[in-house]
Design a protein around this ligand. Structure first.
Ligand code: ADP
Ligand code: GN1
Ligand code: MG
Length: 352
């Protein structure tokens, strides 16, 4: 079906005047839609390789966005189809529309200290808000999303299958994973042994999933609610810091660019802990430095598995991009491990 025909299925006001690819997300195909009214819309083809149950996915987003709206937070607003459905299915493709959040901007990297504090505060607030949501209402949209040991098992399966004969290129990276195998267990072991609590979290707190106000640079809202599921706040703290340290170098061949920034670390945890001071446990705080290494290793493993399987999950822009991304995340994990004593020292200050 043509784009205009697809868009005609949704309750969009006015005539469509322009549809252009938008944003730098790796998962869904995203377009900004202009209309003859002054409103814009965000049109997405949802990635069916990544998400297997679109009913569950869209219901989660509706529940979470209503919950956030109820407590006066700006959030995603689903534009339903003319048949009052949350998405439109065309063959095996799934489409959805959101209101475009006007006068917002997302960043690929965060350099200004105040922006880092604002993002940390936004995720702290999100975690506080989500704590009053009943986790029974939330479906698991991607099974074992941050189960790092399982991610390694998936990589092992891909290595065995080696459908494109790419494994030989990946030998050094595969060795890195097995040399650092114990890093994978940090968060899952703590969760399974009930040393840390289960919480509903975002699970994908990448910098460009936060929208800032174009004029004031205040955080307007956290978006990309596809992976909101029960898990650990360490998934989010670890991944947000991983994303901040990666910045816009995720696909760079110069792996020395992916490294810890102590100032950014301090700014992030200071603002996050301030928001979450009434609920975080000592163990959660102690595990923050380790969680960054775990999530960087995990993402490297995910990129590597996708490279071996033929780039089916993450969007790529050049042939070996997933391999380059995996190298970058392993370099970051290594750098985090080397700097863990100093990160722990900074963290200790907040435990007193
Ligand atoms: P992906 O899952 O592929 O990452 P996202 O839902 O994060 O897709 O959307 C991709 C980008 O589109 C975001 O990083 C953001 O820049 C922009 N975006 C998404 N939703 C909206 C919205 N409702 N209003 C304005 N911009 C948006
Ligand atoms: C994907 O969807 P996006 O681009 O915001 C991925 C994250 C990764 C990130 C790495 C659902 O995030 O887990 O950390 O790429 N999202 C999903 O850039 O897999
Ligand atoms: Mg995104």
């Amino acid at each position: 079906m043509e784009t205009n025909e697809l868009l005609s299925k949704f309750s969009i006001e006015g005539e469509i005047t322009k549809v252009v690819p938008f944003g730098n997300g790796h998962i869904n195909k995203t377009y900004k839609v202009s209309t003859s009214t002054h409103e814009h819309y965000l049109f997405q083809c949802v990635n069916g390789y990544v998400f297997h149950d679109i009913d569950d996915l869209m219901r989660n987003i509706l529940i979470v966005s209503n919950h956030l709206k109820y407590s006066k937070h700006e959030t995603l607003e689903i534009v339903k189809t003319k048949n009052n459905k949350l998405f439109f299915k065309d063959g095996d493709l799934y489409y959805r529309v959101y209101k475009y959040l006007e006068k917002t901007i997302s960043y690929e990297k965060l350099d200004k200290p105040e922006l880092i504090s604002k993002v940390a505060q936004a995720f702290g607030q999100l975690h506080n808000e989500l704590s009053s949501l009943d986790s029974c209402l939330i479906a698991e949209t991607i099974k074992d999303f941050h189960n790092t040991p399982k991610r390694i098992n998936n990589l092992l399966d891909a290595i065995k299958e080696d459908p494109l004969r790419r494994v030989y290129e990946c030998k050094d990276l595969i060795s890195f994973v097995f040399e650092h195998r114990e890093v994978a267990d940090t968060i899952m072991d703590a969760l399974e042994n009930a040393e840390i609590p289960e919480r509903i979290v975002h699970n994908d707190p990448k910098i460009n999933n936060v929208l800032f106000d174009e004029d004031t640079n205040e955080v307007r809202c956290v978006i990309d609610l596809d992976t909101i599921m029960p898990g650990s706040c360490l998934f989010d703290v670890g991944d947000a810091l991983r994303s901040i340290f990666t910045g816009d170098n995720e696909s760079s061949r110069d792996t020395s660019l992916l490294k810890v920034d102590f100032k950014k670390y301090d700014l992030y945890i200071s603002a996050y802990l301030k928001e979450m001071k009434d609920s975080l446990t000592k163990k959660e705080i102690e595990l923050i430095p380790a969680s960054i290494a775990t999530i960087a290793l995990e993402l490297g493993v995910r990129f590597l598995e996708d490279y071996i399987r033929g780039d089916k999950y993450f969007a790529i822009h050049f042939p070996d991009e997933n391999l380059v991304r995996a190298k970058g995340q392993f370099a970051l994990a290594q750098n985090v491990l080397e700097n863990t004593p100093k990160l722990k020292e900074i963290t200790e200050r907040y435990l007193k």
